[in-house]
Every structure is written in C-alpha cells, then in structure tokens.
Design a protein around this ligand. Structure first.
Ligand SMILES: C[S@@+](CC[C@H](N)C(=O)[O-])C[C@H]1O[C@@H](n2cnc3c(N)ncnc32)[C@H](O)[C@@H]1O
Length: 409
C-alpha cells in the first residue's frame, strides 16, 4: 500500500522562520521551494527509518560496523592564522569530532574553547572533551542561527572572543554513517538532517524528493548542486516516485543513475580525477537544502563578526564553491542581496556553459580582490589550499579552501 501524503508539519509545526533568510541569490530558490514543501497534504509520511524499499537495500553495507572518523583539515594552517595566545577564548563554531579543538587545546596552554555544533552526537563528543580538559571546554548544542541566544548564557559578550573557526559542511562521521542518509554509496534512510534528533518535524531529504514538484526540484538541484542536468534528474525522480515513494539513499542514487546512459555513470571526475558518481551533485544539493546550509553559514559568519574583538581572527574552511563564494563576499562586505560580481574568466566560462563542472575548479582571480576590503574585516591572506601531501593523506581535503581575516580595529 502506498503511504499517504499528509502533512506531519500541520500536526507539529516547525519553528523555521522563512523571513530570516540570507539575502543571497539562491535564497529565492530556497524560499519558493521550502514553501512548496510546506504545503499541507503533500508530505512523505513513510518513515525514513523503516522504508519498505528493501530491494534497494544493501544489507551488507548497512549492517557492517562503521567506525565514524573525521580527520581535521589544514590544522597547521588554521593554528598559524588563528595565532592563539595562552589564556585566550576561542570559538569553534563547528566542533564535529573535535579535531581542530583538540589541536588548539594541545598547542596553547590555558585556552578556553567554546565548542558549538548543531549535531547532538558532536555535542556529546564535546561534553566528553570537556571532562578531559576541565574548565577549558564549553560545549554548546545549537545551529549558528541559534547561537546569539545561546552564547550569552556562557558569559560571551560581543567582542569577547579572540579567535573563531568555522569548518563548514558535514563531518565524515555524518557522511559515512549509513543511517544518517548522506552517503550515496552506503544504503540508509534518505534523511540527511544534521540535527534531525533535535527537530524531528523538519523535512528530510525523502520529504524533498517526494513532495516538491518537478520544477521546484530542478531549481533546488541547480541552485545547491550546480547540476546542469536538472530537468532530466527531476523528471526521473518524479516518475520514479509516482510508482513508489523514495525512501533510501541507494534507491535515489539508482533513480538518478537511470536518467543517464550507463557510460555516464562514473564519467564525471572529482578534483583528484577520481570517478565521481553521477548523483553526487544531487546529493549535495539535497543536503544543503535540507540543512539550509547557506543561510546558516551566513548566520555563523555574522556570529563571528559580532563576537570577535578588534583584531580577533577568523578562519573559515569551505568545501565547495557556493560556500566559498558566500564567505568571500561576506568578508569583503559585499551586499549579498545583489547578484555576485563575476570575473572575466567566470563570465567566459558561463558563456561556454562550463560553469559548475567539477573538474573546472573555480579559480580565484585574486587580482580582482584588491581594493575590495570590507569595513569590518581585514583579509590576512589570499585563499589557501591544502598541500598535496595533505590531500594524498586525506582526500576529503581536496576541495578545501581556507579564508582568513581579522576584525578591523
Ligand atoms: C566539517 S565538520 C567539522 C569538523 C571539525 N572541525 C573537526 O575537526 O572534527 C562540520 C560540523 O559543523 C556542524 N555544522 C554544520 N552546520 C552547522 C550549523 N549551521 N550550526 C552548527 N553546526 C553546524 C556539523 O554538524 C559538523 O559536525
């Protein structure tokens, strides 16, 4: 029997405020699509944790014991640019598995680390670290957009933080746990929420693919996945779900793959020239949309701007061009409501239809950065990339970009 589409949000309304969105150009897509998702009577109610789609289940993968592990990226560079002195206060906005926080605690005596994360599992790890470093770690559970309300309880006031780190996106613990639904290679419920435990009524990825109409779905894929074949993929998804609701990660991956000839399945390459699955960008788009990652990133940058003291330093690690562009524009003090200014090179790429190609890494035209300083921030260095050795050791670092800035005094 087909699950009914009815609104679980009507029963337990979500607290998301649609008005409080980043004035970033992709937010229009966000608002429009989110409202559609919100529409009563259309949401996926089949539980993502007990999907009947066992034919898509790879039981070997989902039952194997997974050791979640996250290798922190560019630790040496982060420590160098944060330049933390003994006894200072550091805000780690993205604690994750605590790799950067631990490195800070180990290298600077008497430092206090405020360890925030939206993921309750990361929060538990921060609590454990707080036991190890008594009085030096202050765990906080919350999204960037919630921190203004949470941090004053810890005695943090505007200007009271010496250094801040934002390591954007998901941790390997989240990506590699099949049951969290982020991975397109491990079967699991199509969830993708970083804090679904805290907000069980928030839409998950299964809600998005089962409830949005084809055009809205295509807009989400284009805006957040920078995917070029959006119509084809959105059509495949809407066709597949008319037969059976989509509830599992491998099910979605195979539906997307089905929209392409077999030869195209791994024809795309990542930045290490490794074959990348044709559904990779679809998964990225859904993850960003479900977790409202770009608006959250903007909120996190604003929190850092408010809390850092004059000359206080910020490091931001990003992993795809949407995050990096937003960070770059924020640190330049650009109006995010205006469409981004494009370099000659980017305009040429757009004309040739090469935008968004994974192998076509978006290179910074750093010459154009000159004279674009913000009144709030002083850039410490051009964008920094990981060393080749680091990328070899930790392939997840391959797309990392580090931006560093200090508060103008
Ligand atoms: C790349 S991981 C950080 C890894 C960490 N630096 C380490 O070394 O282990 C990103 C973390 O940020 C968290 N995160 C992402 N968006 C967030 C948000 N809007 N508010 C708070 N935490 C967020 C995720 O839950 C995840 O744990």
């Amino acid at each position: 029997q087909m699950p009914l589409y009815c609104s679980r949000f009507m029963v337990a309304p979500c607290k998301r405020t649609l008005g409080d969105v980043v004035p970033d150009h992709s937010s229009r897509v966000f608002r429009r699509c989110w409202r559609r998702l919100w529409h009563p009577g259309r949401l996926y109610t089949g539980s993502v944790t007990s999907s009947p789609d066992s034919e898509f289940r790879n039981s070997e993968m989902s039952t194997q014991s997974e050791k979640p592990f996250h290798t922190p990226v560019m630790v040496k560079e982060v420590l160098q640019f944060l330049d933390i002195k003994p006894g200072q206060v550091v805000l780690d906005l993205t604690f994750g598995a605590g790799g950067h926080s631990k490195a800070i605690l180990q290298s600077v005596p008497g430092v206090t680390v405020v360890a925030a994360d939206r993921d309750p599992k990361a929060f538990q790890m921060a609590q454990r670290l707080a036991e190890e470093y008594r009085g030096q770690v202050k765990p906080v559970l919350g999204r960037f957009s919630e921190l203004n309300n949470l941090l004053p309880a810890l005695g943090l006031r505007p200007g009271g933080v010496d250094a801040a780190l934002l390591d954007a996106g998901c941790s390997s613990m989240q990506m590699d746990s099949a049951e969290r639904g982020f991975s397109l290679s491990k079967d699991g419920p199509l969830d993708m929420r970083m804090d679904g435990d805290r907000y069980p009524d928030m839409p998950c990825a299964a809600d998005v693919v089962n409830a949005l109409d084809q055009q809205a779905l295509a807009s989400v894929l284009a805006a957040y996945g920078e995917e070029r074949h959006t119509r084809k993929i959105a059509a495949a998804i809407t066709q597949a779900r008319s037969v059976y609701p989509i509830g599992r990660t491998l099910q979605l991956a195979s539906i997307v793959a089905g929209a392409f000839p077999a030869s195209a399945l791994y024809a795309r390459r990542d930045r290490l020239q490794r074959p990348s699955h044709v559904a990779t960008k679809t998964f990225q788009a859904l993850r960003i949309f479900v977790n409202d990652e770009l608006n959250e990133l903007h909120a996190g940058l604003r929190v850092a701007q408010t809390l850092l003291r004059p000359k206080g330093r910020l490091c931001v690690l990003t992993f795809h061009s949407l995050e990096d562009r937003l960070t770059k524009r924020f640190l330049r003090g650009e109006d995010l409501a205006a469409p981004p200014r494009r370099s000659h090179r980017q305009r040429a790429k757009a004309r040739l239809g090469l935008e968004g190609e994974e192998h076509e890494e978006e290179e910074e035209n750093e010459e154009e950065e000159k004279g674009r300083e913000s009144k709030h921030w002083v850039s410490l260095k051009k964008v920094i990339k990981p060393s080749e050795e680091e990328v070899q050791e930790n392939p997840r670092a391959r797309s990392a970009k580090l931006r560093t800035a200090s508060i103008a005094s």
